[in-house]
Design a protein. Structure first.
Length: 216
């Protein structure tokens, strides 16, 4: 029997059910059918919490995100067909580990004339699915979605995909973005055209440059 996730147990208030021990005493009858196999033991809530804590410890894929930690100066530009970046909008961002280095919290703000757009997000790696996950929420939108992707952040980058449905037409749209490290003090998040292939063209780019470059 598949074990109920700890978060489900806690949220549905079925702790007493989880802690009940099954009746494993064999019942005798007039017909002896042999030994009755004992039911597997039910782990206590404390034991399940310990098991999930150990199973979710961050691994090598989380460590690859370490260069993103810090304070960053942000510029946002659109990119022409010829590859020219427009005059940028500017802002600031802070990325820091949270929840035992399982997730990077991503806080950013960019100024658009009289409007300051603020974003909060989380970046992590799901060891169960083998995919990176990125969730962003903003005061310029009401949607809350999770993009999933794979790739090498220090090379071609992690390509994220987010499937959405156009409310007007019902068509399925796939938004795509790429996160890659350019240097120890510079990384970029690129919005890609909705196409496939290794040579995806970026249409918009966020540059993150470290605010205080360490002296070498």
């Amino acid at each position: 029997m598949e074990r109920i996730p700890f978060t489900v147990i806690a949220s549905l208030g079925i702790l007493s059910f989880a802690c009940e021990a099954p009746d494993t005493v064999p019942r005798k009858s007039g017909l002896d059918l042999g030994a009755v196999p004992a039911a597997p033991p039910v782990l206590s809530v404390e034991a399940q919490a310990k098991e999930f804590s150990l199973a979710s410890r961050p691994g090598p894929q989380h460590q690859l995100l370490d260069p993103l930690v810090g304070d960053w100066d942000v510029t946002l530009s659109t990119i022409s067909q010829g590859g020219v970046e427009s005059d940028p909008y500017r802002g600031h961002a802070t990325l820091a580990w949270t929840l035992g280095r399982r997730f990077l919290r991503w806080d950013a703000s960019v100024t658009f004339g009289e409007i300051v757009g603020t974003t909060t997000g989380f970046l992590g790696f799901n060891t169960r699915t083998g995919l990176y996950q990125l969730m962003m929420i903003s005061d310029l939108a009401t949607g809350m979605e999770i993009a999933r992707g794979s790739g090498e952040i220090r090379a071609v980058g992690i390509v994220f995909e987010l499937e959405q449905v156009d409310p007007a037409s019902g068509a399925r749209l796939v938004a795509r973005s790429r996160l890659r490290i350019v240097s120890p003090d510079h990384f970029v998040l690129e919005q890609l055209e909705p196409s496939t292939g290794a040579k995806d063209r970026a249409t918009r780019i966020w540059h993150y440059r470290r605010s205080e470059v360490p002296t070498r």
